[in-house]
Design a protein around this ligand. Structure first.
Ligand code: URA
Length: 252
């Protein structure tokens, strides 16, 4: 890039600036949203100075530290899938000291869940320290596929299944079209495929039509499944699985 203001040396390469929250998520510290919280709380220093302003931009060679620990600029990402049991929450720390999914997954890396599952929802949860991947997998633009198995308090009427598949009105907008399969032998058992991720979406969709979700399990997420993992078990993703997530989110 040419900097015309520099008279002595008219051709100056400017270093690419990046937002501090993106820098932290790109280097595996936490998600962008959590990074903003850390910045606002004064945990983050840039070249030795505390920075609390959101939107601060940094250069690749700036020295960034979080709670006194320097952020390594060597990228090392890990990706784990967990078959989440009931009674574990998906935030990284809990003010009420409830059990979190990070009590199950033993790793020295600072990983965080990709999206959320309710405390009583079981099934597939992806965890990683790759902030950009997390951002993309949870962004509505990428329409990442999620498959749930839901158990209702009563049989689902055909007309309601149709309404749900076309979209129902919730207080934060109409849900995107989705697919439903009703088990012909047990019409309280529904397989639901969604392409967006509003908070408590499945429960709220059914509640909008007067049904209660008694049981909820996520079977698939972004083409990954939990086959072979018992509740509470987890494993690292294979190279092929990581590559397919990267392709899906435009990271390769
Ligand atoms: N929808 C819900 O209602 N709960 C979940 O945990 C996931 C999706």
């Amino acid at each position: 890039m040419i900097n015309h203001k520099n008279k002595e040396n008219p051709i100056v390469k400017t270093e690419k600036l990046v937002r501090l929250n993106k820098f932290l998520s790109d280097h595996g510290i936490t998600s962008r949203r959590k990074a903003d919280e850390l910045i606002q709380k004064g945990f983050v220093k840039v070249n030795g100075r505390i920075v609390t302003e959101l939107g601060t931009k940094v250069k690749p060679n700036d020295k960034i530290s979080v709670s006194g620990k320097t952020v390594s600029t060597e990228k090392k990402f890990i990706y784990i899938i967990l078959n989440k049991p009931k009674d574990y929450i998906t935030t990284t720390d809990d003010e009420f000291d409830r059990k979190t999914v990070l009590d199950i997954v033993k790793t020295h890396d600072r990983i965080f869940p990709v999206g959320r599952l309710d405390r009583n929802t079981t099934g597939l949860l992806l965890l990683t320290n790759d902030g950009e991947m997390t951002f993309r997998l949870t962004h509505p633009k990428y329409k990442v596929e999620k498959v749930y198995s839901a158990g209702l308090d009563r049989e689902l009427k055909f007309s309601d299944a149709k309404k749900l598949s076309e979209g129902v009105e919730l207080d934060d907008g109409i849900t995107a079209p989705c697919q439903l399969l009703v088990d012909p032998k047990n019409k309280t058992h529904i397989i639901l495929t969604l392409y967006e991720g509003k908070n408590h979406e499945v429960k709220r969709m059914f509640e909008a039509l007067g049904y209660q979700v008694k049981k909820l399990e996520r079977k698939m997420f972004a083409g990954l499944d939990i086959n072979g993992l018992k509740r509470g078990e987890y494993r690292k993703l294979t190279k092929n699985e990581i590559n397919s997530l990267k392709k899906m989110t435009g990271l390769v």
